[in-house]
Design a binder for this molecule. Structure first.
Ligand code: NAP
Length: 252
């Protein structure tokens, strides 16, 4: 993964969890990073961590459900670092414990606005910037919830299925442009999100762990590793695919 010298990557949701780890590891690979997130202090902390390790990063306060914010994050990649080579559409919002019969229009709009429209608008603005560069790679965060149903998480499940459809469609549209578009589907990964999903309940978390054949949940670094590979020339012949990082969950 050493082909990233002087390349530029934009990572949404990079103030925490998988996005933060991905931003830090891609900076270590040599990318200059746009840290795009709704959380300002935590995003600036990601930048500090990258800079203290000798990397380059700029924080752009971005709500991915707002198109003008998304456009500005891409413009920042061009104005700060000269272009865009890789984008990781990672920002997302979970849902749990809410059966279909209790879903409100507000909840539905909020989750779809971030998880689906955020990814779509991200690609809308990232693709032209990458086209100007002669190619690039986009990685969208789906989930095993993009492949399976989960009771109580209907909107989240719908959103992550949608991310896979968006990824395949954009991959076909972008193949002639030299831009590859793939998705990563994590199983349960140790982040704030998974603790919220499990309701901060150790019994619920143990039950989640028990569903993963490898007998544990994953680490943010294990997901970042797949994302970095999909952005690298090592995956030059891979597009429109979902790389599942789930400890065997979906093999059952
Ligand atoms: P996380 O720990 O909650 O971090 C997500 C980051 O995105 C947070 O900083 C969050 O801010 C930010 N964010 C939320 N809404 C945003 C918005 N509208 N615009 C910009 N940033 C926003 O989540 P994670 O566990 O790292 O998950 C990252 C991605 O992986 C998500 O798409 C998730 O669905 C997917 N995924 C996670 C798991 C897992 O087990 N962790 C499994 C499968 C898939 P706030 O804290 O303010 O919300």
């Amino acid at each position: 993964m050493s082909d990233a010298r002087s390349k530029v990557a934009l990572v949404t949701g990079a103030s925490a969890g998988i996005g933060r780890e991905t931003a830090i590891e891609m900076a270590r690979d040599g990318y200059s990073i746009i840290v795009a997130d709704i959380l300002v202090d935590e995003g600036k902390d990601t930048v500090r961590r990258i800079e203290s390790a000798g990397g380059k990063a700029v924080f752009v306060r971005t709500d991915v459900s707002v198109e003008s914010d998304v456009r500005a994050s891409v413009q920042a990649a061009v104005s700060e670092f000269g272009g865009l080579d890789a984008a990781v559409n990672n920002a997302g919002l979970e849902q749990s414990g809410c059966p279909v019969t209790e879903v409100t229009q507000e909840l539905c709009d909020r989750i779809l606005g971030i998880n689906v429209r955020g990814v779509l608008m991200g690609m809308k603005h990232q693709i032209p910037a990458m086209r100007a560069r002669g190619g690039g790679a986009i990685v969208n965060l789906s989930s095993i919830a993009g492949q399976l149903g989960f009771p109580g998480a209907s909107v989240y499940v719908a959103s992550k299925h949608a991310v896979i459809g968006l990824t395949r469609t954009a991959a076909l549209e972008c193949a002639p442009l030299g831009i590859r578009v793939n998705a990563v589907c994590p199983g349960a990964i140790q982040t704030d999100m998974i603790d919220r999903f499990a309701g901060h309940d150790s019994a619920a978390k143990s039950a989640l762990i028990a569903h993963h054949p490898l007998g544990r949940i994953g680490t943010v670094s294990e997901v970042a590793s797949a994302i970095r590979w999909l952005c690298s020339t090592g995956s030059a012949f891979v597009t429109g695919q979902c790389v599942t990082v789930d400890g065997g969950y979906t093999a059952q």
